[in-house]
Design a protein. Structure first.
Length: 284
């Protein structure tokens, strides 16, 4: 979990604990009885281990006589929700909306720093590869299938590779060349695309070989937009990082990952080797 999210939840929990004690509930057990909640839920909220819902906040304020604090606390919960957005909630209408929301962020960004250890970064994806990625997301999160519209929005982002003076620093793990979305033909098309975009003057494409010495553990994929925002993806959620001291950690991580990366001819060699790998796999 983002440090920023964790700190916000801990501060909120401490505040709620103070409300409970001021209201005369000496223990979490007593408060749980008054609210018909599990005692463990009270403990998790007070210790910043669980995000309370807005309804939880209303019950807490009503039970402790702190109704005048409701608006402020609900605002805090909503801010935490903005920092930590559950994928299922983000994608409840499909994947196209999330792709559309990314476009203004890309339009405002001058310097991109991208790390993807296991798949090709979205802005470098072919339509066929992107469709396979989205289809997996639709199946995994059990959401409406709007893959065609989502692919169109993802491809729309590629305009920024050619416009303005934006700088793209992209790092992929070697595994990204072998994570098989859609079979040999889709993968060979995607790898050919990487060879083509490598020639773009403002795109720097590095690959971290599987056998490269590491200076930091690979971690989750993340995307840095200038020095103002980092988006980090997990299976359950995407969270945003905007706190300067936390962004500095991602800046440092990216610099350490770069030390393990190869560029230029070495990247082309790795891609050609991956293409040869897919040449040996029969199409289904």
């Amino acid at each position: 979990m983002s440090t920023q999210v964790q700190e916000a939840l801990q501060a909120l929990g401490a505040r709620l604990r103070g409300f409970r004690k001021d209201a005369g509930f000496a223990s979490g057990r007593a408060f749980a009885r008054a609210t018909a909640w599990q005692e463990s839920k009270v403990s998790r909220i007070e210790n910043g281990k669980q995000r309370p819902s807005e309804d939880d906040i209303r019950v807490w304020c009503e039970t402790t006589g702190q109704g005048d604090q409701l608006g402020d606390l609900v605002a805090i919960v909503r801010h935490v929700d903005e920092l930590w957005l559950e994928w299922r909630r983000q994608l409840q209408t499909g994947v196209e909306k999330r792709q559309r929301q990314a476009i203004p962020v890309y339009a405002k960004t001058k310097v991109f720093r991208i790390w993807h250890p296991t798949l090709i970064w979205g802005t470098l994806q072919t339509a066929d590869y992107a469709a396979e990625v989205f289809q997996q997301g639709v199946s995994y999160y059990e959401i409406p299938n709007d893959t065609e519209a989502a692919v169109a929005k993802r491809l729309e982002r590629q305009q920024y590779l050619y416009q303005g003076e934006r700088i793209f620093n992209v790092l992929l793990g070697e595994q990204a060349l072998y994570t098989n979305f859609g079979g040999p033909e889709v993968m060979k098309g995607q790898l050919d695309r990487l060879l083509a975009v490598m020639r773009l003057p403002r795109l720097s494409l590095g690959i971290v070989p599987k056998s490269a010495p590491t200076f930091i553990w690979p971690g989750n994929a993340f995307s840095m937009f200038d020095s103002r925002l980092v988006l980090v993806e997990t299976y359950s959620a995407e969270f945003s990082v905007s706190q300067p001291r936390e962004i500095e950690l991602y800046t440092k991580a990216f610099a350490l990952l770069k030390q393990s990366a190869v560029y230029g001819t070495a990247v082309r060699d790795l891609i050609f080797t991956a293409i040869q790998h897919y040449d040996q796999i029969p199409n289904d």
